[in-house]
Design a binder for this molecule. Structure first.
Ligand code: PRP
Ligand code: URA
Length: 208
């Protein structure tokens, strides 16, 4: 299992805008989408391609094509849909599943309320989307459910990961690679990532 952290000055710049509590919903949502799209490119670095013939305006040549039918995006509701909006253009034909979960604010344990994935999920590479990997509870349970449905090849994309969540996810699902924009310092006593960006769902949807 590996953890890939985007390391780029432009990502650091965008993360600072996300962290700023004065940043409005529109800009916040746009940047979540933008970074998610870059994470997706990174996660697809090992994608298998097939050779295809193509006619350019000049001549015949060979190009490479991705079989988009081999992939599924699975956002964890709600905040994960903010990532999906920004990266769906990278593979517009990928199928999409949804996992509904929220964290109980006292116990910090995830509560599941919805689960729907493509019927052939076992034949697809699954890319889970959730901006925050905090205690790791939501991500870990989502991966467990997908594995119970037969998914074998799973990647987890997030904007900010806490060391505590990474460690837990690596222990429970060592086969799942994590792609994040940054690894933050720690969790606070309420299970929020420090310095973090606050509640990702509330900031994407403007609910607070
Ligand atoms: C947030 C976030 C993750 C979860 C991370 O969702 O989007 O799903 O918390 O925390 P964990 O790693 O400790 O489980 P939240 O429960 O706030 O739900 P929302 O997306 O509906 O806002
Ligand atoms: N969920 C969030 O949205 N933010 C955090 O910092 C932790 C969990």
């Amino acid at each position: 299992m590996s953890i890939v952290e985007l390391n780029h000055p432009l990502i650091s710049h965008k993360l600072t805008i996300l962290r700023n509590k004065e940043t409005g919903t529109k800009e916040f949502r746009e940047i979540i989408g933008e970074i998610s799209s870059i994470l997706c490119y990174e996660a697809m670095k090992d994608a298998k391609l097939k050779d295809v013939e193509v006619d350019t305006p000049i001549c015949k040549t060979f190009g490479k094509k991705l079989d988009e039918d081999k992939y599924a995006f699975v956002p964890i509701l709600r905040a994960g849909t903010g990532m999906l909006d920004g990266l769906i253009h990278t593979m517009p034909n990928a199928k999409i599943g949804h996992i509904g979960m929220y964290r109980n604010e006292e116990t910090l344990k995830p509560v599941k309320y919805y689960y729907k994935t493509p019927s052939d999920i076992q034949n697809r590479e699954v890319i889970i989307l959730d901006p925050m990997l905090a205690t790791g509870g939501s991500g870990i349970d989502a991966i467990t459910m997908l594995k119970e449905s037969g998914a074998k090849n799973i990647k987890f994309l997030c904007i900010i990961a806490a060391p505590e969540g990474i460690e837990k996810m690596q222990a429970v699902h060592p086969d799942v690679d994590i792609y994040c924009a940054t690894i933050d310092e720690k969790l606070n006593e309420n299970g929020y990532i420090v310095p973090g960006l606050g509640d990702a769902g509330d900031r994407i949807f403007g609910t607070k």
